[in-house]
Design a protein around this ligand. Structure first.
Ligand code: LMR
Length: 328
């Protein structure tokens, strides 16, 4: 009868709408290689918190720290396969996708993090976010970590002290050239292997931020850290064009806002960690922190700066000038 039919269709409607209500949230994976007590680790967790607060039941963000899910060798490839939706590799790790970002690896280019920030937020920096578009990679923003220091099993005071020593570097030809410029031997290795390489003395040293040296305990297996501030280690938060386009426009806006806020939060942590993690290392007495005199530091500048001209053609002279102009 009609009555029975109406009843049945009501039940069907109820079932359909309730199955929508109880549909599993869409999973968004965020993979990274550092510990959780770092600017990137905290930023990813804040992003999870904000997305799940603002899109409850619709999206769930799962964060995988410490190279648990993907490491340096495969995280961007995994992004392009949509096996992970967000990664934030260091700017040094994109050279397979663009040569433009090599600018960030030029030694002694930026005088401090304020200069780095001015460059990133300026016209050239913002344009670089789109530099991997043709590869299907969408740059959503920059996240700070900080300036790099040199750690080693022997004291590094003058560039000649590094001669013949092996240094782990991120997979960047500019960083390789930087160590070759001081007659050292660069070894490209994923972040997840650094502690063991240092501990077993397979390599003599490495370059990294106070945050990474602290959170991965490199200072426990390196007797000396030279406060060189010779380069920057920052990140680009990226997603794939495939994933980004697949999001409904209104959800994409909410997710992007959550990300921007999480990045701002991560940047505050980065700024605080410079001193905090450095002081913890100094207080531990596991490692001696070496300060360079202006004359000593100048010798590092003189030895490493020829790297700029080696890469000028690939990076672009105008871009280098724009970066220099951010050192007010
Ligand atoms: C490194 O490989 O040393 C860093 O890029 C790790 C990181 O993500 O901070």
């Amino acid at each position: 009868s009609i009555k029975a039919f109406v009843k049945l269709s009501t039940i069907t409607t109820m079932l359909v709408s309730s199955s929508q209500v109880f549909a599993a949230p869409v999973e968004i994976k965020f993979s990274h290689v550092v510990a959780e007590n770092t600017p990137k680790g905290q930023m990813a967790l804040k992003f999870k918190e904000l997305v799940e607060l603002r899109l409850p039941g619709e999206y769930q963000v799962n964060v995988f720290p410490n190279s648990q899910l993907f490491g340096d060798n495969n995280e961007v490839a995994a992004l392009l396969l949509n096996d992970v939706q967000f990664v934030a590799p260091s700017l040094s790790k994109f050279e397979r996708y663009t040569k433009k970002l090599q600018i960030f690896d030029l030694p002694f280019l930026f005088s401090d993090m304020e200069a780095v920030n001015r460059f990133q937020q300026g016209e050239s920096g913002q344009k670089l976010l789109g530099s991997m578009k043709r590869k299907g990679i969408v740059g959503l923003g920059y996240l700070h970590n900080g300036m790099k220091q040199l750690s080693a099993s022997s004291p590094l005071i003058l560039p000649t002290d590094a001669s013949g020593k092996k240094f782990r570097i991120m997979a960047s030809d500019v960083l390789a050239a930087q160590f070759q410029a001081i007659d050292a031997i660069p070894v490209k290795k994923p972040f997840s292997e650094v502690f063991t390489l240092l501990q077993t003395r397979a390599i003599d040293g490495q370059e990294n931020t106070w945050s990474n040296i602290y959170s991965k305990k490199f200072y426990e297996v390196q007797s000396y850290i030279t406060e060189s501030n010779h380069g920057v280690l920052d990140y680009m938060v990226v997603t794939s064009n495939t994933f980004w386009k697949s999001l409904p426009a209104d959800k994409r806006t909410i997710i992007k806002t959550a990300l921007d806020e999480a990045v701002a939060y991560g940047n505050e942590i980065a700024a605080a960690k410079v001193n905090k993690d450095k002081e913890t290392i100094v207080a531990s007495k596991r490692s001696e922190v070496i300060q360079l005199s202006p004359e000593q530091r100048q010798q590092w500048v003189t030895s490493m700066k020829p790297v700029w001209s080696q890469f000028e053609a690939k990076i672009g002279k105008n871009l280098i000038q724009a970066a220099e102009a951010s050192n007010k």
